[in-house]
Design a protein around this ligand. Structure first.
Ligand code: NAI
Length: 761
């Protein structure tokens, strides 16, 4: 007896404890204060319930209802008015709209007129005109399509740009189990309701980048629509208030759900998704495909064992591309049940793949490709020393060293990487993680090069797999360059492999001091469009829709384009653009760059190794990190040595600063421009100054211009002093290549106004 009492007390305690835990886990109430919601068909049934629930939680609600019959006949204002009165009686905010949902613009206008915005749209209004299929009239078909499908389009389109501009929108589409599964007598309704789901699928994709989410529900609730079809006790039990909470959650700003479909009713919510059998290939290479072959494999085609769950259109098309390759290789086309063709995102087996060598691939190019590449990585005729990479008749016409990635990439991509056994990778999940390039001799400006790719290692990083590929590129017999690609395959990890590899060319952190030199360059809006002509055709870099699908606002720049920029900056800063000094480069790709952004390379010299990182100047985000270039035979300037050498120009700038304090206002009036200076010492940038004679009463500061500089002058400390002392005419210095000018060159005429008084210093 005591034992029973003890157990009873214990279970009560457990229950109390559990409910306390449950209480602790309860989240803050979901509020909609400041949000404006439009619920269509809110004069009764489910819509009324949504409207009341949103208003109760602080939203301003537009209650739309035409007030007609269930068949779509007649109209009245009373349905909407009643719900508005109910909301207002409880202290909520609501206005009525009596238009048909087909007049989408007018519904949205009511929201804008009454509350100034539209945040949430619940497409709910609906009617029924059930008939067995052969008795369905044109009117039965058209009216149902107009009210359910076309009106959902009309109202949503009217709301779309407002949501897009404010970067927030939540849309609910109302489908039906009849549409998903079919129901006798509802051909018109089922077709329209599944059409609504198709519409929602696309809106979810197109809206994602604007924080517009679109989800679909297939509700079941007792209402005037269902009271004809459901038994009376179920009409009573399936309350509309059991559907409203999921609609509110899906419309809350904190809900990340997008593009999903839910069945909901009686207090239960389930999520739906597609499932596909593994399928079978029923065609053989060079043989016609026959219905008999389909018949023979029918059972296997329809067998849901080990079914896959495709999630997007890439999953749908991707398998077909794989099928083509498999048929071509006559793989897996036998009727052998045990070798059923299976499609997974990525299927990695290191034991099978490591050491595999792809067939040798030839890459033929002319001087046009060399020049296109140079343009692609930002070379410009504005820079006199870029001409040797841009002009095929230049006496030193050269191929820029990082062009070495181009033939290797072509070989890797075309050499059948995804056909390697144990290396079935879904290319849409591939990220370029790191890149190493080493040059053994200068690249010819044209020719035919041969490359060979080897899978050297595969690492398991948990969240993904890293594939290390070595590519050796030859000019005839001569080894020209070596690339190592480090490719990250998202979601392909967890196969129990090792995490590191002694074969990996590692990245190295830069020294812990301020950079020794900084070079900034602006990419053009068309930089990716230009770079892709060197052979990287991934639509991510040109097609806005494709970029949006990948989650980017705009097409992004190729990582290997920023890589080329960085190499250019280092080679110019430390090797006077001498390609013979280039030995190797290693980068880690950290973040994407949007064409048009400014790239800022921060460099540190440690002997012949130049450590660098590249930032996007506008966002200050590191895009290439822990990177380095190894040079051959460069004069070594240790930072400590550099610091010892005081710059004469510093004194002049200090004096200019003092003068600006005195007569800055006057100078701003006369000059009205921002000047940036890059002063070099022994061939490297030693200091940077900005003279702002455009804003306020003028200012001078060390470092690059905080806002855009109108003109940038680069010259050595010595030449700067010569100019200041009037011994070197700026124009002459420019033509002699001693003074480099970027930006508005005409402003150099105003230099005298700034510098003339300092000759005496
Ligand atoms: P209901 O008939 O109670 O509510 C629909 C409302 O839409 C009515 O107040 C009606 O006046 C309004 N409406 C009809 N045509 C309109 C138009 N042209 N313009 C403006 N308002 C219009 O029906 P219920 O059950 O609340 O249905 C709501 C939605 O849920 C409908 O889209 C329906 O197809 C869908 N649904 C409902 C199910 C259920 O079990 N109740 C099952 C599956 C889907």
């Amino acid at each position: 007896m005591i034992g029973i009492a003890y157990r009873l007390i214990n279970s009560v305690i457990t229950l109390v404890e559990q409910s306390e835990i449950a209480l602790c886990r309860m989240s803050a109430p979901l509020r909609f204060d400041g949000r404006v919601v439009l619920v269509t068909g809110a004069g009764g049934g489910l819509g009324r319930e949504y409207a009341l629930a949103f208003a109760e939680r602080g939203a301003s609600v537009v209650v739309n209802d035409l007030g007609g019959s269930t068949k779509g006949e007649g109209r009245s204002t009373s349905a909407a008015d009643k719900v508005v009165d109910e909301i207002r009686a409880k202290g909520g905010k609501a206005v009525a709209n009596y238009d048909s949902v087909e007049d989408g613009e007018r519904l949205i206008q009511t929201a804008l007129d009454a509350f100034g915005r539209i945040d949430i749209l619940v497409n709910n209004a609906g009617i029924l005109r059930d008939r067995s299929f052969p008795r369905t009239s044109d009117l039965d078909w058209d009216l149902i399509h107009r009210i359910h499908l076309r009106a959902s389009f009309m109202v949503t389109r009217a709301a779309w740009n407002h949501m897009k501009n404010q970067k927030f929108g939540r849309i609910i589409m109302t489908s039906s189990a009849a549409g998903i599964y079919g129901n006798f007598g509802q051909a018109n309704y089922s077709a329209a309701k599944l059409g609504v789901l198709g519409l929602a699928n696309v809106l979810a994709i197109e809206g994602r980048k604007y924080n517009i989410h679109c989800n679909t529900i297939a509700p079941t609730a007792g209402s005037r629509l269902t009271k004809e079809v459901l038994p009376p006790d179920l009409v009573e039990s399936f309350k509309a208030e059991y559907v409203a909470p999921v609609v509110l959650w899906l419309c809350h700003e904190s809900c990340k759900e997008n593009g999903s479909v839910f069945e909901v009713g009686a207090g239960w919510i389930g999520k739906l998704r597609w499932e596909r059998t593994q399928g079978r290939i029923v065609r053989k290479k060079n043989e016609p495909m026959t219905p008999e072959a389909v018949q023979e494999k029918w059972e296997e085609i329809c067998d849901f064992e080990n079914a896959v769950k495709p999630q997007n259109i890439q999953d749908s098309v991707g398998i077909l591309v794989d099928v083509l390759a498999k048929i071509d290789k006559e793989q897996d086309v036998s009727a052998n049940k045990t070798s059923a063709f299976a499609y997974k995102h990525s299927d990695i087996n290191p034991d099978q793949a490591i050491g595999k060598v792809l067939p040798k691939m030839n890459f033929t190019y002319s001087s046009i490709q060399s020049i296109l590449y140079a343009l692609g990585v930002g070379m410009s005729t504005k820079e006199p020393d870029h001409l040797k990479f841009l002009y095929e008749r230049h006496e030193e016409f050269s191929c820029f060293p990082t062009f070495g990635v181009i033939p290797s990439q072509a070989s890797m991509m075309n050499g059948g990487l995804s056909d390697i056994p144990g290396l079935q990778i879904d290319m849409s999940r591939l990220l370029h993680g790191e890149q190493y390039l080493e040059l053994y001799r200068p690249l010819p400006t044209s020719g035919t090069l041969t490359s060979q790719t080897t899978v050297v290692d595969i690492l398991d990083k948990g969240s993904g797999a890293v594939i290390l590929l070595d590519v050796h590129t030859y000019d005839g017999e001569n080894l020209l360059c070596y690339n190592q690609y480090s490719l990250f395959i998202v979601g392909a990890g967890g196969f129990g492999g090792k995490r590191t590899s002694e074969k990996a060319k590692g990245t190295v952190k830069p020294p812990n001091r301020a950079p020794d030199a900084v070079v900034t360059d602006v990419t053009s809006q068309d930089q990716a469009a230009l770079y892709r002509l060197s052979g990287d055709w991934n639509p991510l870099h040109i097609d806005p829709n494709f970029a949006a699908m990948a989650g980017f606002d705009k097409p992004i720049l190729h990582g290997l384009c920023s890589f080329g920029y960085a190499a250019r900056h280092v080679l110019k800063q430390y090797a006077d653009n001498d390609i013979l000094k280039f030995k190797a480069i290693k980068v880690r790709f950290m973040k994407p760059v949007i064409p048009g952004q400014s790239l800022q390379t921060e460099m540190w010299q440690e002997g012949s190794r130049i450590h660098f990182q590249m930032k996007v100047k506008e966002t200050n985000q590191i895009v290439l990190g822990d990177s380095y270039v190894d040079l051959c035979d460069v004069p070594v300037t240790s930072p400590s040595k550099k610091q010892q050498k005081a710059l004469q120009s510093d004194l002049i700038f200090a004096e200019i600063g003092r003068r600006i304090k005195d007569v800055g206002k006057e100078l701003v009036k006369k000059v009205n421009a921002v000047f940036q200076w890059e002063i070099t010492k022994d061939g490297i940038t030693a200091s940077q100054w900005t003279i702002d004679l455009k804003n306020g009463s003028g200012s001078l500061y060390k470092g690059l211009a905080q806002n855009k500089a109108d003109v940038t002058f680069s010259l050595s400390d010595e030449d700067f002093m010569e100019v200041v002392h009037g011994k070197l005419n700026p124009q002459k210095a420019f033509f002699a290549g001693k003074l480099k000018v970027k930006g508005n060159i005409m402003l150099s005429q105003k230099l005298e106004t700034i510098l003339k008084d300092y000759a005496k210093l």
